[in-house]
Every structure is written in C-alpha cells, then in structure tokens.
Design a protein around this ligand. Sequence first.
Ligand SMILES: Cc1cc2nc3c(=O)[nH]c(=O)nc-3n(C[C@H](O)[C@H](O)[C@H](O)COP(=O)(O)OP(=O)(O)OC[C@H]3O[C@@H](n4cnc5c(N)ncnc54)[C@H](O)[C@@H]3O)c2cc1C
Length: 385
Amino acid sequence: MDFALSPLYVELQEEARAVARAVEPMAVEADGMSTLHDGVAAALRASRLCELLVPESHGGRFERLDPLAIAVVREVLMGTSSHLDSLFALQGIGSYAITQAGSVEQREDWLPRVATGEVLAALGLTEPVAGSDLKNITTELVPQGEDFVLRGEKAFISNGGAAGFYSVLARDGGGHTMVLVPADSPGLSVTPTPEIAAPHILGDLTFEDVPVPASAVIGVRGDGFSYVLATLAMFRVSVAGASLGLGEAALREAARHAGTREQFGRPLARQGAIAEMLADSWAELEAARLLTYRAASLAREDPAAALHHSSAAKLLASETAGKVVDRAVQVMGRWGLLRDSKIERLTRQARPMRIYEGGSQVLRLGIAREVVQDVLRETGTEAVR
Ligand SMILES: Cc1cc2nc3c(=O)[nH]c(=O)nc-3n(C[C@H](O)[C@H](O)[C@H](O)COP(=O)(O)OP(=O)(O)OC[C@H]3O[C@@H](n4cnc5c(N)ncnc54)[C@H](O)[C@@H]3O)c2cc1C
C-alpha cells in the first residue's frame, strides 16, 4: 500500500501552484467579487488547467476525467482564491453532462472551448423552491412540434451571467430532461443572486419560453437525473479537495501566528491549549486528506460505485475545514478578526462548502443508507419499508 501521490499528481500540484502564485496578488479583490475577475480568468486560461475537465477527444488532457487530478488541483487553488477554484471546478461541473451524453455536435461545439477556458460553463439545477429535493423542480420543457420551449426559474447558479451556456435540468412530462441553453438564447434573462457572505459569481435565471431545438436535448429525454447523479459522482470528491486546501491555508495562518507571538513569556504555540488546537487541526486534516485521496482514487475507477466514499470525504473534509478555520481564528486572537485578512476570508468561504453539492445532512442520509444496505446484504436480511 502506497500512500504517496504518484509523480503525475505531484506535477499537477506544481502546475496548480504556478497559477495560484500568479493569482495571489489578485486574490483579495477577486474573492470579494460576485462578477467575473478578468485577471483571474486570464491566469486560469493561461495555465491550461481547464484541460483536466474535458476528455482528450475534445481538447482535454486525459482520455477521461480523473477525479483525483481534479481534487488535488482544487486543493491548491482553494488555498489561494475561491474565485479561482470555482472558475476551475465549474468548467467540469457545467459541461460534464455534455461530456457524458452530449451529441457529436454538442461536444464539438462546446467542449474544446471549455477546455481552453474561452467559454465558461454552468449547471442549472436549484430553483427558488427546490434545493436538496431536486425531484421537486418546476422548470418545464414544453413540446412545440419537433422542438421545445423552456419555462421556469433557476436560482443560485454559479457562473450565472458569466457563462457561455447552461446545462439545465427540466421537468419533461413525468420525467426529467437535461438541455443545453446558450447564454444568448432569446427569452433567457439573468439577474444577480443576492450577494452571499463569501462572494461568488451567482445568478438567477428566468426562462420565458426559451426556444430549445430538439438538437439541444442532452442525451436521452427522461434520463436527465442520471446525468445529474453522474456529475455529482464525478465532482463531489473535488469539493473535499477544495475544503482541505482551505483548511490547510487556515492552519498555516494560525501556525505562523502562534510560532511568532509570545504571551506569558512563551510563544503561543507552546501554550498547551493552543498547541492542542494546532495539533488537532493538523491530525484531522491529515485524516480527511487520506479519505479524500482514497475516495478520489476509487472514483477514478467507477465514480458511481464510489459515491458514498466521495460523500463521506466531502462530509468529513468540509466539516473539518469549518472546525480548523474556527480554531485558527481563536489561535490568532484579535488578528483573527481583521476584516479582509486571509483568515477572515477563509472563515466566510468555509461555510458554503457544507451546503452546496450535497448538504452535510443529506450526505449523511445517503451514507447511512449505504451502511445499512451493506450490513443487510451481508446478513441476507430484508430491509423493512
Ligand atoms: C456558493 C453556492 C453556489 C451554488 N452553485 C449552484 C450551481 O451552480 N447550480 C445549482 O443548481 N445550484 C447551486 N447552488 C445551490 C445549492 O446546490 C443548494 O444551496 C443546495 O442544493 C442546498 O439546497 P438549499 O440551499 O435549498 O437548502 P435546503 O434543501 O432547503 O436544505 C436546508 C438544510 O436542510 C438540510 N436538509 C435538506 N433535506 C434534508 C433531509 N431530507 N434530511 C435532513 N436534512 C435535510 C440541508 O442539508 C440543509 O442543511 C449553489 C449554492 C451556493 C451556496
């Protein structure tokens, strides 16, 4: 059993560090913005990292997407800038349905430009009413002869207003269908989502009878939900990676402070209670990292089969990042509270990670279901309904 990352992933970390260094001077400004930061977008394009989010056949780096590669890159990017991390991740999250199930034309039209970063991608699932319970969406695909129109609203959509296209989940008769909606479609309007504590490019989308040609249906009508699940299975573990990067950055801030500030004649780092916070944070981040890398390695083989591992990694890593950042503030005393300091930014940015791409409670439900099924399967026992 080898716990070290292979050279391929170490090189990817180096590549990611280079773009993180380029973005560092812009990070405070970019992470305070709810619209696109052109400098960060240009640095990401120049890095060619978006190639990791598209298959080789359409301008990507590897034959198929590699969840471990994406996770280790997000770990590095998020430690520097959430704006950078989000721009990177959304190129995959927004385009994966096309990668999996899109027609030849859809793939050829959009994926090469996603791989270069020329076009930004977005995924429209959430609605004003429907959140975790996505089966409850009301945005509707209405047949019009051979084609369709799209009616409804989406809310809190990352890259809303900046994206070149939206992969949108819609109700379609009794089932759900995913459609590809270019940003310049007539009848589509985007308004900024009310700003959240950790600014993020977010838009609310309104579809007023947006024409959707039959050629814009992604994959098979009625199979939309399976493409959403496959997207979550591919990218959930990358949120764990980003959470680790955030936690690590917070721990480093705290360690630097505790190693250089004295109280009661000794460095803070050697005061028992402070040492305990630093040590617990380090140990918990290491545990979450091992789980994340293992889940991502399993997801490389079969993302759907590894989903409960990815969910567990996302749950543990995002909850750990929250604890680590909170301890870091405590270690840093009043310096932990300074507005627009790195630690204050990290504190705000840690919180949404426990809500998006599967809230912690919803993840626990899925993990618990898997645990129970496993035991019942092993013992040949029937589950009660
Ligand atoms: C920064 C950010 C970016 C986002 N980007 C996108 C995007 O690009 N595309 C998109 O479609 N959406 C996006 N979202 C929306 C996100 O996916 C939703 O916020 C998320 O699915 C949770 O839905 P909700 O906020 O409506 O919470 P709710 O579903 O109302 O849940 C509220 C709370 O209840 C818990 N809960 C829910 N159901 C259960 C249950 N059965 N049992 C126990 N507890 C439960 C949840 O974990 C949560 O803590 C984004 C959100 C944020 C914050």
